[in-house]
Design a protein around this ligand. Structure first.
Ligand code: SF4
Length: 340
């Protein structure tokens, strides 16, 4: 373990990427970067981080923003519940901690949307609390290094890997150790094509010696995703160059985002029958727990005015500012460019 820790720090000093959140110990900025980087690649997350930090340089500033504004800043990143939680957490820090981010793991974990990983990252990166972070990169490195086949998405796996990560932590330099572990997993011990020939811990890597790298880490298969069938009628006003939208207010996916007039079908047969005879553009869209089969049917607004009461017309300049699912943004970009 000592050899690994020393090699890891040496490797990090040589290979680490120069990222803006590595130049700060401001817990607000570290928290922002961590939330943005969940389910997002660094290259994509960078511009969002910069946009948020320049628009809202402090947590108090973010806490005073409207949900619509935060969703607009988030536009394009997907997984919008993260954006809503971002605002909730900022307001919680403002109200319960007088705008000052908590500094310990035990306080941080109480914040909305802050789980064990983020709490460990903030408390170690900003306040040198000796807490080991455990993200996808760390799971992968540990499972390969010691050839552990316990599935990482089980309670047993979380516990086993958590204890191992704590035991390996360099408690003198927890911030650097944690950042190095994550960076090592992202760059050297990558999910596909890990750079084993140049790896500084090749000799002690059990998976490499046994030839089990491809099978690590283990995961148990998730339950089947729910299938849903959405048919959108996209009402447009060609003369005034407007498209009709509504805000989603039901407790469902895409809460508070904008979409078109929607009818949801219970069965695939009904949905297929409905879209067969029409000029419908169909898309398949994967969410974490659902698979959506979506049809878009373009209709002139004048044709069926009775159906428009719950909708409002927007021009393309307004549409570009509205928070919307990525699927709808793409549809507008590809099929409604004549309204621009
Ligand atoms: S030898 Fe390969 S699998 Fe093992 S830690 Fe290094 S990069 Fe990862």
């Amino acid at each position: 373990m000592v050899h690994f820790r020393t090699q890891l720090i040496k490797w990090y000093d040589k290979h680490k990427r120069d990222l803006p959140w590595r130049h700060t110990r401001d817990p607000y900025k570290i928290w922002l970067s961590e939330i943005i980087l969940q389910q997002t690649r660094v290259a994509q997350g960078l511009s969002y981080y910069q946009k948020f930090v320049s628009t809202h340089p402090t947590v108090s500033s973010l806490a005073s923003a409207s949900e619509e504004e935060v969703l607009s800043l988030w536009k394009g990143l997907g997984y919008y519940s993260r954006a809503r939680n971002l605002l909730k957490t900022a307001r919680q820090v403002q109200d319960e901690f007088k705008g000052k981010f908590p500094s310990t793991y035990n306080e941080l974990i109480k914040l909305t949307g802050v789980g064990p990983y983020t709490a460990a990252a903030i408390s170690s990166f900003c306040f040198d609390e000796p807490r080991a972070v455990l993200d996808g990169n760390v799971f992968r490195v540990l499972s390969r290094l010691y050839d552990i086949d316990t599935p990482i998405n089980t309670t047993k796996g979380q516990k086993e890997f958590g204890e191992l990560a704590e035991a390996m932590l360099n408690s003198k330099f927890p911030a650097k150790h944690n950042q190095a572990m994550m960076e090592f997993g992202a760059l050297q011990c990558a999910p596909k094509n890990p750079q084993c020939p140049s790896c500084p811990v090749l000799v002690e890597c059990v998976s490499h010696n046994k030839g089990t790298i491809e099978a690590r880490p283990q995961k148990v298969k998730k339950v089947k995703k729910k299938k849903r069938y959405f048919l959108y009628t996209v009402f447009i006003d060609r003369k005034n160059k407007k498209v009709y939208l509504k805000k989603r207010t039901e407790k469902d996916i895409w809460l508070n985002l904008y979409d078109f007039h929607l009818v949801e079908y219970k069965s695939q047969e009904d949905f297929d029958a409905r879209i067969k005879s029409k000029r419908v553009i169909t898309k398949k869209h994967l969410l974490t727990h659902q698979t959506l089969y979506v049809g878009f049917l373009l209709v002139d607004a004048k044709v069926r005015e009775g159906e428009l009461k719950h909708l409002k017309p927007y021009d393309m300049r307004e549409v570009k500012k509205l928070p919307m699912p990525i699927l709808h943004e793409k549809y507008i970009l590809e099929h409604l460019d004549f309204l621009d």
